[in-house]
Ligand binder design. Structure first.
Ligand SMILES: Nc1ncnc2c1ncn2[C@@H]1O[C@H](COP(=O)(O)OP(=O)(O)OP(=O)(O)O)[C@@H](O)[C@H]1O
Ligand SMILES: [Mg+2]
Length: 263
């Protein structure tokens, strides 16, 4: 289960995020205070964004990729009362209860392809992982990667696993290729074959089931076509497990070229 924390102060919105995540101070069960990025259940993108954040974040961690740690964050909507911004106030009011918290990476820089070099092995691991989860939100326009002390951290997995928006077509959707031509790391000659050989064997049923188990029941109940939250969890496992075996054959990348090779 994810650590449980309680929001005590809403600090500021992170304006660049489309879903208006906020920087929030929260306290855990041992009385330790820390800053978190909070993603709200009341955001327009809906609870599936948070489900994707949990499953993909925990999966990435299991594969050894750097991702902020996650927490279940309780929010008392009264926290929004003193908030002058109407949009933020509405978001806080509609998000009472359980939300998603993420370790705040203090001092992180947004990834910039011109400023940071990434070796083909690391680029390959990230592109392969994004192909596995069908992440459409790590393009050069919106890289959704942060750099801390030279290390690359992955954030924002809310727009992945498109198949969970229409479970009836999940099998065919999960079997589709992954177009990585716009991927932020496409220019770094990603070695997806090596990444697949290294990472695919780690994507076991146990790892996927553990990631799905970390999704709180309240975000899985009443899913059309499923009787229980556990049945929904099994559907995520069933979609990702076979995809891990073959997706490297279906990653569409531009012709290999090293960044700066034509300069
Ligand atoms: N864990 C973190 N630590 C530090 N900064 C973060 C963290 N998570 C997010 N941010 C900052 O907040 C911004 C918005 O976060 P994120 O991309 O997760 O939100 P979003 O609403 O899903 O965004 P998008 O507009 O890409 O859909 C990031 O671009 C980054 O600058
Ligand atoms: Mg983002």
């Amino acid at each position: 289960m994810l650590t449980e924390v309680t929001a005590v102060r809403y600090a500021t919105p992170l304006r660049e995020g489309g879903s208006l995540p906020g920087l929030v101070e929260a306290v855990d069960g041992r009385g330790m205070y820390a800053s978190y990025v909070m993603k709200f259940t009341g955001a327009g993108q809906g609870r599936k964004t948070l489900v994707a954040e949990v499953i993909c974040g925990q999966l990435a961690r299991g594969l050894g990729l750097s991702v902020p740690s996650l927490a279940q964050m309780w929010l008392d909507p009264v926290l929004g009362l003193g908030e002058p911004d109407q949009q933020v106030q509405a978001l806080l009011k509609s998000s009472g209860g359980l939300n998603l918290g993420m370790e705040y990476l203090s001092g992180a820089l947004g990834f910039d392809a011109l400023a940071h070099d990434v070796d083909p092995a690391e680029a390959g691991r990230v592109v392969w992982f994004d192909a596995l989860i069908n992440n459409v939100d790590r393009s050069w326009r919106n890289p959704n990667m942060l750099v801390v002390g030279g290390d690359l951290w992955l954030i924002d997995h809310g727009a992945s696993m498109i198949w969970h928006h229409n479970w009836r077509t999940a099998e065919t959707a999960a079997a589709k290729p992954y177009d990585a031509s716009d991927h932020a790391l496409a220019p770094f000659a990603p070695d997806v074959a090596t990444a697949a050989a290294e990472l695919a064997p780690l994507v076991t049923e146990e790892l996927l089931a553990a990631a799905a188990a970390d999704v709180p029941d309240v975000w899985l109940v009443d899913e059309p076509g499923f009787d229980t939250p556990d049945a929904v969890r099994r559907a995520y496992v069933a979609a990702l497990l076979p995809r891990a075996r073959t997706i490297h054959e279906r990653i569409q990348l531009p012709e290999p070229q090293r960044k700066g090779a034509d300069q």
